[in-house]
Ligand binder design. Structure first.
Ligand code: SF4
Ligand SMILES: [Zn+2]
Length: 367
């Protein structure tokens, strides 16, 4: 895809491309056995639309994200290309990956007392025919249709691949399952999204996709990147609060907040090793959520979730590096996601859980 339509940062793109090249050059090809298994899959507790439940997540291995493989080099924080094949992958492997995950987990799903949401992710775009063909998408929908305990489904896609035909197809095969398309908007701010994250996405194109989904009775889940590169903690909070409120007013169904974690061969990894980027503090995320909820009834109809990768480590969201401090914060965040009750975050914050809070307060405008 061309970068021309976006407000781009050429210097940033050149750097990102260098890292992407390094990442692709050093990659070994996958064996046939590896190609028949997903990158990973798991079951864990999750928030369903109206109640607590479980998620069945499958991360498929595909060719890789077109944005990362194209002229732009991809997003500044993303290292997902590491898991992709880069070369076109025979679609039979994708079906085998799905079969493999279902075979391993089907029994757990049907015997579980909770209902499920299934998340089919491919670290790129589910609707990109170069990653997943129409036939394979249909194969996946039909498989899901046979399991009544799966009541929700979510797939992810860049907006350029979301079309009327593709949305109609999901609805046709899965008319009774609540479906969401997840879009990596990252922030409502076009400047931050395209200059610092190199997302190659304008807000107005997101709005068109949102409209299309709502016309076809498909929900929209928005990914927000918490603390993009070149923002300090305080600015990150402000950016995320603004994004949450704007998206809630637009009536998106779910907001998934992804605190940035350091991924291999990404531009942000380079900044991290140069001490020019620190992953966000838990305190900031809590502050952001509390601030967004304060006096904002508009949030009542939106599901807000966050399941940070690498939480509690140097490369993920963390406070100080004391285990008790991060465990407490992670558990509290989980509780908030499952209950959607902001009071659990308020309670922790007012108790001053660790003496690193003071250090955080002194640093938040500078890091
Ligand atoms: S964050 Fe998403 S859109 Fe950006 S390069 Fe990675 S997979 Fe592609
Ligand atoms: Zn601490």
């Amino acid at each position: 895809m061309s970068t021309k339509k976006f407000n781009i940062n050429l210097q940033l793109i050149e750097k990102i491309k260098d890292f992407r090249f390094k990442s692709i050059k050093g990659k070994k090809s996958f064996t046939q056995i590896q190609l028949d298994k997903p990158v990973s899959f798991w079951i864990k507790e999750d928030r369903l639309l109206k109640k607590k439940g479980k998620e069945f997540t499958i991360i498929l291995r595909t060719k890789g994200c077109s944005w990362a493989l194209g002229d732009s080099g991809g997003c500044s924080m993303c290292g997902y290309i590491q898991d992709s094949t880069i070369e076109k992958i025979d679609q039979i492997h994708i079906m085998n990956q799905i079969d493999y995950a279902f075979k391993e987990k089907l029994n757990d799903i049907i015997t579980d007392e909770d209902d499920f949401i299934i998340k089919i992710f491919n670290s790129g775009s589910f609707f990109d025919d170069n990653e997943i063909s129409e036939e394979v998408r249909e194969f996946i929908y039909k498989k899901i249709a046979t399991i009544p305990k799966i009541i929700e489904i979510v797939v992810e896609s860049r907006v350029e691949y979301i079309t009327v035909e593709k949305l109609k197809k999901i609805k046709k095969v899965l008319p009774n399952k609540y479906t969401e398309v997840a879009i990596g908007l990252e922030t409502v701010n076009d400047y931050i999204r395209n200059n610092y994250i190199n997302k190659g996405l304008n807000f107005k194109d997101f709005l068109n996709a949102l409209q299309l989904c709502s016309e076809h009775d498909i929900g929209v889940r928005v990914y927000l990147l918490f603390k993009p590169p070149f923002l300090n903690e305080q600015t990150a909070i402000e950016d995320c609060v603004e994004s949450i409120l704007a998206l809630a007013k637009l009536k998106v169904n779910t907001i998934s907040i992804n605190p940035l974690n350091i991924q291999k061969n990404s531009l942000v990894e380079y900044l991290f090793y140069q001490n020019r980027y620190r992953p966000p503090w838990f305190y900031s995320l809590f502050k952001c959520l509390i601030k967004a909820y304060r006096d904002n009834d508009v949030l009542k109809s939106v599901r807000i979730i966050s399941s940070p990768s690498g939480a509690g480590t140097k490369k993920g969201i963390h406070n100080c590096l004391k285990r008790e401090c991060n465990t407490l914060m992670s558990k509290t965040l989980e509780e908030f996601v499952l209950t959607q009750d902001v009071n659990c975050l308020i309670k922790i914050k007012s108790e001053v859980p660790c003496n690193c809070l003071l250090k955080y307060q002194l640093q938040k405008y500078f890091i």
